[in-house]
Ligand binder design. Sequence first.
Ligand code: GDP
Length: 276
Amino acid sequence: MGLFGKILAKITGTAHASSADWAELEAALLEADLGPELADKILHAARSAKSESASQAVISTLRSTLCDKSRAMSLQVPSAILVVGVNGTGKTTSSAKLANALSANGQSVLLAAADTFRAAAVDQLLTWGERLDIDVVHGAVNADPASVAFDAAQQCLARKTDCLIVDTAGRMHTKNDLMDQLGKVKRVVEKVLPVSEILLVVDATTGQNGLTQAKVFAESVELTGIILTKVDGSAPGGIALAIEATLGIPIKWVGSGEAAADFAPFEPEAYIQSLL
Ligand code: GDP
């Protein structure tokens, strides 16, 4: 039984759920990384419903909390996808996995190793490229990320490749530097190709911290979707709901391991079921 299953069984069908049952539900909601506001909203929905339908009220609140924007990727050809996020969240891995998924879907793809501030990121993406048989455009370590992205965009256009995926830098001296850098990468790419998606990578195991990071990025760049990584780890899973409720940005992809195949579109209904 999922996170909520046992508790929902307790508060449903009985004439009166005890105050201990409600306290247990509240604790479970908070432990699930939903955050206090969302936990309150769900509790309120459950308590205002008749006891027989409390469980249904919780489920429909979970459902209505998820974002109703499209989770489909833009099909514009050619175009660029910027993959952004804090170092360590799985940005480089997800860029490669996304390239693999789009390529399996029949699109031609080029990768750009523009995370030039993390020495290993360029090598890591090159290794992925070899493994997946997808070309990677890169510059020297510490090269200007925007110049690598620009070069890659030009190559994408020249080669008539459908889609460029840019692995961007995830760490700078200050948050403002990082956001300025992302803005610059976007501007230079747009001189050559439309940017159809800006996907933020969020590590599910970082809980509410991941939500805070997402807010910072959402304030600075126009995010079109989220890639939620490491759902195979110890994360209780509520972070997906918290992100969508707080930011209104759809989770488009989910990473569930270190292999290329551990990557799939986010399925809202399956997700709700996994919580129950
Ligand atoms: P970046 O610094 O954001 O580019 O992060 P990386 O792509 O280098 O990933 C950091 C670590 O997380 C690496 O060891 C990856 O193999 C691992 N990783 C990435 N995505 C996932 C995932 O979905 N599940 C698990 N278990 N590990 C992941």
